[in-house]
Design a protein around this ligand. Structure first.
Ligand SMILES: NC(=O)c1ccc[n+]([C@@H]2O[C@H](COP(=O)([O-])OP(=O)(O)OC[C@H]3O[C@@H](n4cnc5c(N)ncnc54)[C@H](O)[C@@H]3O)[C@@H](O)[C@H]2O)c1
Length: 265
């Protein structure tokens, strides 16, 4: 699925529940080397402190670097210092839950909207720009999206950011085709993570998925399936796929209305 022995960068590690961590595990299971990024040094400390069951050998095994994706110089320095890579996954998003998410869509918090847009959509272009020179033999850039074609309760401006992210995927796919670099998104169903927990009302989405996903959907266990799709898109088996949004959502995205009782598992 990925090229054995090659290095893949997975950005957006917060804790072991992060989708980034599951993607790193999928890459390692297929014989790749993983470099994770966290937002800053404090986050790295929090990551290791939260994992009390890990001994020093476990901690030493993980290669973790810092990179705030809103700081262009940090993104540039990260990739310049990393050497050749097979691909990169951008598993990063943020929107102030108090002003950009929740029961009311309207907001006056323009600076929060701009910051959320920068982190959640624009930063994919910064990552692709500086990662591309390290993929001289071609490679895959992948990002994580969520149901941008629909308006879900509470998700508000993050839904807008995800639509912008998917448009960025298409623009980057066009720009980097000549570099033999592919750019794609995985649109995942709801998964239990820190970011998801910060979205007011997110728990209702699990219930919604049981009504709209033809396949059974497990917000814990299915993180591994989402991770495998992201690893696939970074790797050489996806060599002619670019500019796409691959839905790993149990099929929920194509269902009109809700499933009737006889259609449910
Ligand atoms: N959890 C879900 O249900 C779900 C579903 C579909 C898509 N996604 C997307 O998956 C991605 C990963 O989210 P997750 O659910 O694993 O949550 P998470 O909280 O584990 O990961 C989000 C990461 O974004 C990082 N981040 C925020 N601002 C940053 C910045 N300025 N610079 C660098 N990193 C920054 C955080 O530090 C964190 O590591 C996000 O894009 C999210 O929208 C999540």
């Amino acid at each position: 699925m990925i090229e054995k022995g090659k290095t893949y960068v997975v950005m957006g590690l917060l804790d072991c529940d992060s989708i980034a961590y599951a993607i790193g595990q999928a890459v390692e299971a297929w014989g790749g080397k993983v470099i994770y990024t966290v937002q800053n040094e404090r986050m790295k400390k929090i990551f290791f402190d939260r994992n009390k069951k890990w001994d020093q050998a476990d901690k030493d095994r993980l290669e973790v670097r810092y990179c705030d994706v809103t700081q262009e110089a940090e993104v540039q320095a990260l990739f310049e210092g990393i050497g050749p890579i097979g691909g990169v996954t951008h598993s990063i998003a943020f929107a102030n839950p108090k002003t950009c998410l929740g029961p009311e869509f309207h907001t006056d918090a323009i600076e929060d909207l701009k910051n959320g847009f920068h982190i959640s959509a624009v930063s994919l272009a910064t990552v692709a720009r500086y990662a591309q020179p390290q993929m001289a033999d071609g490679g895959g850039v992948v990002t994580l999206s969520f149901a941008s074609q629909l308006a879900f309760a509470y998700y508000n401006w993050m839904g807008v950011n995800k639509a912008a992210l998917e448009a960025t995927v298409r623009g980057l796919a066009r720009r980097h085709g000549k570099d033999n670099v592919r750019v794609n998104a995985v649109s995942a169903g709801p998964l239990s993570t820190k970011a998801a927990g910060a979205i007011p009302g997110f728990e209702t989405l699990g219930e919604t998925w049981s009504q709209i996903s033809p396949l059974p959907w497990d917000p814990e266990a299915d993180k591994a399936q989402v991770a495998q799709a992201a690893a696939f898109l970074m790797g050489p088996y996806a060599q002619k796929i670019s500019g796409q949004v691959l839905y790993v959502d149990g099929g929920a995205s194509v269902i009109g209305g809700t499933l009737l009782p006889h259609e449910r598992a």
